[in-house]
Design a protein around this ligand. Structure first.
Ligand SMILES: [Zn+2]
Length: 361
């Protein structure tokens, strides 16, 4: 479920491995660290997975989505460059289907343990358990109140069904990875880092000795990871969490760490990329601030200011919840207020009284 809907420029970043692996191929990043790709049925058509030598086998970081094409890609790897090898551990960075989708399948096939964060494991489990019609109605009403169309609200409210189709059943137990844990894989030692915003408690692995960071979706070379407000956490501030995680990475890790992320190419230039992502979102906050100063705007009315190209209903759902993430950040900062205006919610500058006076409604 990679849901990236906005693109930014990779100026100044360096790409030591410009040629991605083809189907059934691996690229050696270091001795005993391999990069492969698993296809995705989206506009973003791949997810990167990585193999780390782990004794007599390989630990894998992320797994791909549960589709026939993705499983065929795995079979090609296991017949080809990984022929006769075993998977020792399955490490999952976050609960989105393109990362966790085939974890259960791999764990069962190789008798391998699952390693991930509590949030990842529980988020996945909760979606699997929560076939709650009442919740669907509540989600639908929530999105409608912010001006989302009936068509798009219908898609977003039942996203759980799509999720279940693309995620194999998880094992009944797992090993929890926690911020600052030390994780030994083969001869290497990794520090576990967790970042938030794109997904709760997303796992990143940092190998200080070799200056490597498995960065999942937190920092990507060309696209900004989707930051969404979910209906069950409607007042949360995932964008604030995401920006805080970027500042944390800049403060903790060197600029020249090799970033091995989940989409596109490995790159160098962590600090620069973090700053680009930060200013990307700040600039969008600014658009919202300026629009709301002119007249009250619902989230639906703000959306085209942030996402200018035409979106299909699926992309629209991600764009909508990401627009809401920007609104919630500005609410938390005390810069705007959300107020009822008839049967919808609109946003106005804090303390302006614009909605009450009915201006622009
Ligand atoms: Zn993701």
């Amino acid at each position: 479920m990679e849901k990236d809907v906005s693109a930014t420029r990779p100026a100044g970043l360096r790409f030591p491995f410009p040629q991605p692996p083809g189907p059934g191929e691996v690229v050696a990043i270091r001795d005993d660290i391999l990069w492969a790709r698993i296809p995705l049925p989206y506009q973003l058509d791949h997810v990167n997975i990585y193999f780390i030598r782990d004794g007599d086998g390989w630990a894998v970081v992320d797994t791909g989505i549960q589709t026939d094409d993705a499983m065929a890609a795995w079979e090609a790897l296991l017949r080809g460059p990984l022929c006769g090898e075993r998977i020792t551990r399955v490490i999952v960075t976050h609960f989105h289907p393109d990362h966790i989708g085939l974890a259960g399948w791999l764990c069962a096939r190789f008798g391998a343990p699952l390693l991930t964060s509590l949030s990842t494991y529980m988020s996945c489990k909760v979606v699997s358990l929560a076939r709650d019609e009442g919740a669907v109605t509540q989600y639908f009403d929530f999105y409608r109140s912010h001006g989302m169309s009936v068509e798009v609200a219908g898609i977003v409210a039942i996203q759980g069904n799509d999720y279940l189709r693309h995620v194999a059943r998880l094992p009944h137990s797992y090993l929890r990875l926690l911020m600052s844990d030390s994780l030994e894989i083969g001869s290497r030692s990794f520090r576990v880092l967790t970042c938030d915003g794109h997904a709760p408690e997303q796992i990143l692995l940092y190998c200080e000795a070799e200056n490597l960071l498995f960065a999942a979706d937190q920092v990507l070379e060309r696209i900004t990871p989707n930051i969404s407000v979910a209906a069950e956490e409607r007042d949360c501030d995932p964008l604030g969490h995401f920006l805080r995680s970027l500042r944390f990475l800049r403060a903790q890790l060197p600029e020249d760490v090799l970033i091995l992320s989940s989409h596109h190419r490995p790159f160098l230039g962590l600090h620069q990329r973090c700053k680009e992502l930060e200013s990307h979102h700040e600039e969008r906050c600014d658009r919202i601030r300026r629009a709301c100063a002119i007249r009250p705007h619902s989230v639906a009315e703000l959306l085209p200011l942030l996402f200018e190209r035409k979106l299909d209903p699926h992309q629209m759902s991600f764009a909508f919840t990401e627009t809401l993430a920007h609104v919630n950040l500005l609410l938390r900062r005390g810069e705007i207020e959300t107020r009822p205006d008839g049967n919808r919610l609109v946003n106005v500058p804090a303390g302006s009284g614009l909605a009450k006076s009915g201006i622009g409604s």
